[in-house]
Design a protein around this ligand. Structure first.
Ligand code: AKB
Length: 316
């Protein structure tokens, strides 16, 4: 029986992947690693191991104990927080990945997943349908670490045959937990503000369009990529992934169309500069042709899905 290890399980994506892997393989096959506890009732169904992913020996001990078939290395400091502590962001975004790649190189983990981001692109990239193989010249430390991480993934794959797979996530919007330290976080906050009847203080300009995706789609993409035939994967840096794209004003208008009003006070700050350096949308044709990726949610679908999730009686 195979085990599935999520490191960084307490984060926004970690909790969603935990639920999906528990459903797919059974909770007893899922092991959760993080420095802090996982704040979801279903976390108690799986084993939790407190660990520091920047500690090489702790990671090796964890992997030897769990012997995972797949390891999801999700530990990261997101874009806005990273700008406040660039060297800390570099360490947190690179060390855990390199530990995972080394363990995979030594044959202790057969398959690794590592998340990249739209943040790999810089202001000189085409804004619309940004190509997979465009030059990567990001202006944030988060983006620099994601570009470097992508190249490390490709290097370990080409040089040592490590099976590491990656996606360039857009802004991820879920209803179970809130993100922290990102530039796209305003959109998650917008939903919570709308259902709680409070105004949104938006740090982006009303017209700043960014690529976004439901957590449901992002998790499905992750599991589909991990299940794909490795020989079919032509991209061993990280795949562009497109869900839908909208600006704050378009989000407000779609919320209104679905019967939810939201007052917004715009006060753009440095996060607007970050957002302005990123694409509006991505060309994800490589993901489509290599492993059959299809997004399930356009903007109205995303808004409807998140509102429905937030109206559920018990939100974990
Ligand atoms: C962020 O805003 O930093 C992240 C991302 C796009 O990777 N959500």
């Amino acid at each position: 029986m195979s085990n599935y290890l999520i490191v960084g399980a307490a984060g926004q994506l970690g909790i969603e992947l935990m639920l999906a892997l528990q459903k797919k393989h059974g909770p007893e096959r899922v092991v959760l690693g993080d420095i802090r506890p996982v704040d979801h009732p279903d976390a108690a169904l799986s084993t939790f191991v407190q660990c520091d992913a920047t500690d090489k020996k702790a990671m090796a001990d964890l992997v030897d104990q769990v012997q995972p078939a797949e390891m999801y290395m999700l530990v990261a400091m997101l874009s806005a927080k990273g700008e406040a502590s660039p060297l800390q962001a570099w360490g947190l975004n690179m060390d855990p990945l390199l530990h995972a790649l080394e363990l995979a190189k030594d044959g202790r983990v057969p398959k690794v997943f590592w998340p990249s981001s739209i943040a790999v692109f810089g202001p000189d990239a085409p804004k619309d349908a940004t190509p997979q193989n465009n030059g990567l010249r990001p202006t944030t430390v988060y983006g620099v670490s994601k570009v470097s991480g992508e190249l490390w993934c490709q290097y370990y794959h080409q040089k040592y045959g490590v099976d590491v797979r990656s996606l360039r996530y857009p802004g991820l919007i879920g209803f179970r937990s809130k993100p922290g330290g990102g530039t796209t976080d305003y959109a998650v906050e917008a939903f919570h503000s709308a259902v709680e009847g409070r105004p949104l203080h938006c740090y982006l300009e009303s017209t700043e369009t960014l690529p976004m995706m439901t957590m449901e789609d992002a998790v499905r993409a992750t599991l589909e990529l991990m299940a794909a035939d490795g020989d079919a994967l032509s991209v061993r840096t990280s795949y562009n992934l497109q869900g839908c794209s909208f600006s704050p004003a378009e989000l407000v208008s779609e919320l209104r169309a679905q019967g939810v009003s939201l007052d917004v006070m715009y006060a753009p700050d440095t996060r607007q500069d970050i957002a302005a350096s990123w694409p509006n949308s991505l060309d994800d044709s490589a993901a489509r042709s290599d492993w059959g990726w299809r997004s399930a949610h356009d903007t109205p679908g995303l808004v409807g899905a998140i509102l429905a999730g937030l109206s559920q009686p018990a939100i974990g």
